[in-house]
Design a protein around this ligand. Structure first.
Ligand SMILES: [Zn+2]
Length: 276
């Protein structure tokens, strides 16, 4: 009943011509030393990070951008779904209510309402629940599918969890090779931002009141990455640096905001809210 009320409320407050965006998270990781993520950062301190996900409600369809950690993590099965060392290091706080299906319900939708799932990349905190969306169109870079199924040896170590997507092989994939204007109106544009992984992608959203935002995901984890300290986990540091610079250029040219993948400072202020 609550969901039914939520659904009608959601449609009643629906947007005009453009998209609106809800910012949520699949729980937190940490605390751990920031230098474990960013080796060149000079000041040791413990941080918590949110596992950001965004729900984009466009007049032509509902979009989810990243699906967080697998539901097993909040069902007490971390050490069997992930390698045990990652459960110890990342310390996921995800509760069942933090998982994308429940987050959709909180704002009046169900997984069946989702037309498109955009996946930034195939790491466990971003692709974790794509199997909840068997009927959606899955937008991902073609290269990232290769990355998911056969990561480079130096990128193995637990970040790619094949059990997150092994039952999703026959889903409908819109395989991209670069940028793509999702609805053909310039309001939701997938932008290629490789480096963190082989085929990482971000999303640029143009809203009537909030303006233009770049949902960077792991192209930019935290503000320290914008200040010249590259992330410590990269497929290619050259591609990563080019992607950070690309995002900065778009930010400066379009007067856009950068909504980062794992910034607690941003999430505490801006999370669990609608933007339009
Ligand atoms: Zn991540």
């Amino acid at each position: 009943m609550v969901c039914v009320i939520g659904a009608s409320t959601a449609s009643a407050m629906s947007h005009g011509a453009g998209p609106r965006v809800y910012w949520t998270a699949s729980g937190l990781f940490g605390p751990f030393n920031i230098q474990g993520l960013i080796p060149t950062y000079p000041d040791a301190r413990d941080i918590l990070i949110p596992i950001n996900m965004w729900i984009i409600d466009h007049p032509k369809g509902l979009v989810v951008y990243d699906t967080g950690n697998n539901v097993a993590i909040s069902d007490g099965a971390c050490t069997s779904h992930w390698i045990a060392g990652l459960c110890d290091f990342l310390q996921p706080s995800q509760a069942r209510g933090d998982v994308i299906d429940k987050q959709l319900e909180k704002v009046g939708f169900t997984v069946d309402d989702v037309k498109i799932v955009i996946t930034s990349h195939s790491h466990l905190d971003h692709i974790g629940n794509i199997e909840m969306f068997p009927d959606a169109i899955h937008v991902i870079q073609k290269k990232e599918l290769y990355q998911a199924w056969w990561p480079e040896k130096f990128q193995r170590g637990g970040a790619h969890v094949v059990a997150d997507y092994d039952d999703a092989r026959d889903f409908t994939y819109f395989e991209l090779n670069g940028d793509y204007d999702l609805f053909g109106d310039g309001s939701v544009v997938v932008i290629s931002t490789p480096g963190h992984t082989l085929g990482h992608q971000s999303v640029k959203v143009r809203m009537a009141e909030t303006g233009t935002v770049i949902l960077a995901q792991d192209a930019v984890w935290v503000k320290e990455n914008l200040e010249g300290h590259p992330a410590g986990l990269n497929y290619s540091i050259l591609d990563y640096t080019n992607s950070v610079n690309r995002i900065k250029m778009i930010r400066d040219i379009e007067n856009a905001q950068v909504w980062m993948g794992h910034s607690m400072e941003q999430y505490e202020v801006m999370g669990e809210k609608w933007y339009q």
